[in-house]
Design a protein. Sequence first.
Length: 639
Amino acid sequence: MIGRGPRPGASLGRSLGRRWRPASLGLVLAASGLLASGVMVAPAALAQASDQQTGPEARPEAGPDSRPDATSQDAGVRSAGAALHALFDEAWAARLARDPLFATRVGVRRYNDRLPDASPEAHARAAAQARRLRDRLAAIDRAALSPADRINADLFAYVLDRRLSEQRFKTWRMPFLSDSGFHTRLSFVVEATPFETVADYEAYLDRLAAMPRYLDQHRANMAQGLADGFTQPRAILDQVAPSFAALAVTRAEDSAFFAPFEAMPEAIAAADAARLRDRGRRLLTETVLPAFATLHRFFTETYMPEARTSLGASDQPEGDAYYQAQIRHYTTLDLDARAIHQMGLDEVARIRARMEAIIDEVGFEGGFQAFVDRLRSDPRFYAETPEALLKQAAWIAKRIDEKLPAFFATMPRTPYGVRAVPAAIAPNYTSGRYWPPIPGQRGGLFMVNTHNLAQRPLYNLPALALHEGVPGHHFQIALQLERDDLPAFRRYIGLSAFSEGWGLYSERLGEEMGLYTTPYERFGRLTYEMWRAGRLVVDTGIHAMGWSRERAVRFFRENSALAEHNIRTEVDRYISWPGQALAYKLGEMRIVALRDKAEAALGAAFDRRAFHDAVLAEGAVTLPMLDRQIAAHIDAHKP
């Protein structure tokens, strides 16, 4: 499977008959004097997709635009750049060895027989290495680096600083969210694991054998969190428990981990297939499933009763500092929680006025809440079957595809599809999400939640498709993965303010594309924007201002058309994941402001295709770095 398709490192420009050289933007930045050091950035977390079979650790990422000997003949530049890329290579190799599940997702097979070491000692070792790398990075003469390598260095510092922050707060004591965690990650990685040879299966069996240790380590970490008062709130745990129960089945054949043995390749001899299948069944029955059962009992009998009864991050040890670190991480900005709260209230008022205008446009009498109640209950706005919902989503996705050339000069080669969220995680999962591609196996995926159809309104689908599919996450992540001139860590970096801000901006872009064909779809787009604006209010309200869960639910119920089920699952998500929900609206507001600035400065010379390429040119960056990119774009295109 892996390595058979076109590798993601191929040039973006080849799909357009030209060589796209985004690092030239770095040269413009340097000429404009706009590059600066010390940018605070967020960690690599979002994009996890596959590379060719040999993997990035066997082929250090190189390209004519980023390697030091291609940007300057100056010996000092070559020396500084070589030292910098040596740090990148060392850190990347260490990451693959430290996180074998991530290595599998990026196509590196040598660790497919292992699981991460989740012990406190392993986390301390990773932080110690990050500290050493940070010191060595600081010793490199930044002025001697090429423009492209200054960007690389800033983002590398950002990744290291985040790792050190995580160790400061020992976030490993709370290794799950309301809808995902270390346990669900195990089942997802099966999709990326190659099952072609006997050796592949032998490695997988060794990985299964390691699962009880891995689960025990996380159980011990969660127990430490209980002792320290660093836990998820008790209020959301009833909704989390089913994700642990779903993995604690009693029959091997009912486990997602047995699926690879059910349809084995014909190239594997029958005797070998029988032997491998038998060992897999025994491992699951005798060790793996009992370990999941033990974990489930611990969660329901110990963790849930002893979890904290408070709600906000500020109520935990070092809570205020922890929440401020989360704000900095997810927004890439130094903002005060109360200032963010007020931004949210202002945006809610602005969006509410636009929603009221649509209510007047359709001639509805009865007020905002009555209109929302009608949308929530009118059967014409809901699909009757999961298949119907998926077909509608796929049709909308193809309508978007048709319009993209008018908005983008550079588009990814990697395709994407539409798929239902797996039933095992759907009940507490968000309405839709993007799953990155696994080259040689599948493209990217616009995941649509078909659980509880009465809570999945059709008028929201255009905005959802624009955000999770194209030109939202698929464009941004696929283009980044196809950048073979970037160091490996940058191809897989995820910065929430950039990626989620781009996703929300893509929803707004649907208006220019003519994707919203009815007032109800335009209202749906606005209720999604209201949802993200409301997050600024609710996230800060919960984690810095003492809001209750019911107050947060009531705020969304009164100000959006989100279905009741979605409101509750989303509020639980914000409770479990402090600060992440702030990234969407703050990122989108920055991109919109930068577009307004570019349009005002360039006038008739403004080209939206060139602007969008400029936003995506360097992959995921911090918002301050994006400011400088667009300033350089404006300078380069002034008449």
